[in-house]
Ligand binder design. Structure first.
Ligand code: SAH
Ligand code: SF4
Ligand code: F3S
Length: 481
């Protein structure tokens, strides 16, 4: 799963009596949860603010997947402390995966922290806040049994823009040897399909065109549900909703990505040509120690299958270097696997022991300097492959879903990228590439619509081009790039 930056927020409405400022670390799951938290708080009379100095409640939604995340949380809280001194009524809360992991300990370590709530407790926020408002310091991190887990239904009014996430399941039952997610997110629970469909319909109705279904391992969707439904049948049902232009999902586990799922890329036109399939290592020995449940050969067969179904698909992956016992030969196998798979993009990480995981019982024996050197070598190798893959976009006409004006308009003008009198917009291609294009100022704002852009410049991680359609094409899924 890809880590998302902090969410950007339009300024809050003035009518609300109280304001919440949310900082989000971690993956899309946390980004999604932050939206649900804001939604639940709206029901309690809060509005979201982008200015921490205005906030009555400051929440940090945390990630514990790597490094010393608790250190980061304590650092962030210390940085925010002056807010509390300036405005004594303001409450501080920590939620997400570090909260789930450390619970009440955080209250003991940070005397000015008011609230700690776990990943299963979003629906309980109103009750917890009442206690905080009564002057209590509250920690609530109970993990809900599978049967009692309460998903918070999406209210589209808290989403921003034409792209949205939708959780279809929570938790993970795979227990990869290095991973803390199963212990901080609990067991897998799938959301019933009728609820997924109702939420997807509501989002589409509100203008969402590009929908990403979320889960730690979406391929095991459906386990434990009353109705017999699996991930591919859910995909088919969402794909059939009118008005949706692009459907995506993260994350797929390679061992559970079966032929039916991979072949869906060839038969469901609305499925965007992009797949994130974390490999983690190219060495069979390391993959076995990681308990990933596949070999390098089996993984590459998945890649070949999905490319046969959808030749233009953009593949991305996650890699870990320096797993316990990783030798130079094992690492070389990872480099070779990148060459064999030809990913469009890679997210790579130095192995970081996490408490309570199987791998934490193994010696963390790859020295930090070796981990750093391997990470740099892996990234350099992928940079060459990414550049090679990017060339295919040159002169192609891409369908772009416009997300807004480019953030770097000012600096682009200064370096002469945008001619005077032009406004630059950005959006994403079906393969997920960021595409920038400029139109004369005064042109109707294309934000939220699909436009066609001929690519005339391929940059390192983005594309630039010229809009070539007279007006936005009809929505509804055109296959291919
Ligand atoms: N369920 C998702 C998300 C896992 S966390 C998945 O399976 O892809 C996102 C990524 O973080 C993982 O794919 C892995 O590459 C990395 N990661 C997880 N635990 C890690 C650890 N202990 N050290 C380093 N990287 C880790
Ligand atoms: Fe972690 Fe593995 Fe589950 Fe992904 S599939 S969340 S890496 S245990
Ligand atoms: Fe996501 Fe980090 Fe939690 S990757 S599930 S926010 S540990």
């Amino acid at each position: 799963m890809i880590e998302a930056p902090a969410t950007s927020i339009p300024e809050a409405c003035d009518a609300a009596s109280r304001r919440v400022y949310v900082i989000t670390y971690g993956c899309q799951m946390n980004a999604f949860d932050s939206r649900r938290i804001v939604q639940v708080l709206q029901g309690q009379g809060y509005a979201e603010t982008a200015d921490p100095a205005m906030a009555d409640l400051v929440l940090i939604n945390t990630c514990s997947v790597r490094d010393r995340p608790e250190k980061k949380v304590l650092g962030t809280l210390a940085r925010l402390l002056p807010l509390k001194e300036a405005r004594p009524g303001v409450a501080f809360g920590v939620c997400g995966c570090v909260a789930q992991q450390h619970g009440r300990d955080l209250l003991l370590r940070v005397p000015y922290l008011d609230l700690v709530f776990g990943t299963d407790k979003i629906a309980d926020l109103p009750r917890l806040l009442t206690q905080v408002e009564a002057g209590d310091r509250v920690a609530c991190t109970e993990v809900m049994p599978r049967t009692d887990y309460a998903f918070v239904d999406v209210d589209p009014s808290v989403e921003h823009g034409p792209s949205a996430f939708l959780t279809i399941m929570k938790g993970c039952d795979r227990y990869c040897a290095y991973c803390i997610v199963p212990s901080v997110r609990g067991r897998e629970v799938s959301k019933p399909p009728h609820r997924v469909l109702a939420e997807a319909r509501a989002l589409i109705q509100a203008g969402v065109r590009d929908l990403t279904l979320l889960g730690q391992n979406v391929n095991s969707y459906g386990k434990g549900l009353a109705e017999p439904v699996d991930f591919v049948s859910l995909l088919e049902q969402v794909a059939a909703l009118p008005g949706l232009s692009r459907l995506r999902f993260v994350t797929s586990h390679p061992a559970d990505a079966d032929d039916r799922m991979l072949d869906a890329f060839g038969r469901l036109p609305v499925l965007a040509e992009a797949l994130h399939l974390p490999l983690q290592s190219g060495s069979d020995r390391v993959l076995a120690a990681m308990r990933r449940g596949y070999t390098r050969e089996a993984y590459l067969a998945r890649v070949a299958r999905v490319r046969a179904a959808c030749p233009d698909i953009a593949l991305s992956t996650d890699m870990i270097v320096g797993f316990p016992g990783e030798t130079e030969d094992d690492f070389q196998a990872s480099l070779d696997a990148l060459e064999a798979a030809q990913f469009d993009a890679m997210f790579s990480f130095k192995y970081s022991p996490r408490p309570g995981t199987v791998a934490a019982g193994l010696p963390d024996d790859v020295p930090e300097s070796v981990k750093a050197a391997r990470l740099a070598r892996l990234q350099a190798a992928q940079d060459v492959i990414t550049a090679r893959r990017m060339v295919r976009y040159q002169d192609r006409v891409e369908e772009v879903l416009v997300e807004g004006t480019s953030r770097d308009q000012g600096s682009s003008e200064r370096v002469g990228r945008i001619a005077p009198g032009m406004t630059e917009y950005f959006g994403r291609s079906r393969t997920g590439m960021v595409v920038n294009f400029a139109v004369p100022r005064g042109t109707p704002d294309p934000t939220g619509t699909l436009v066609l852009v001929r690519i005339d410049e391929v940059l390192v991680h983005s594309l630039r081009g010229v809009r070539v359609d007279a007006r936005a094409p009809e929505v509804g899924g055109t296959h291919g790039g």
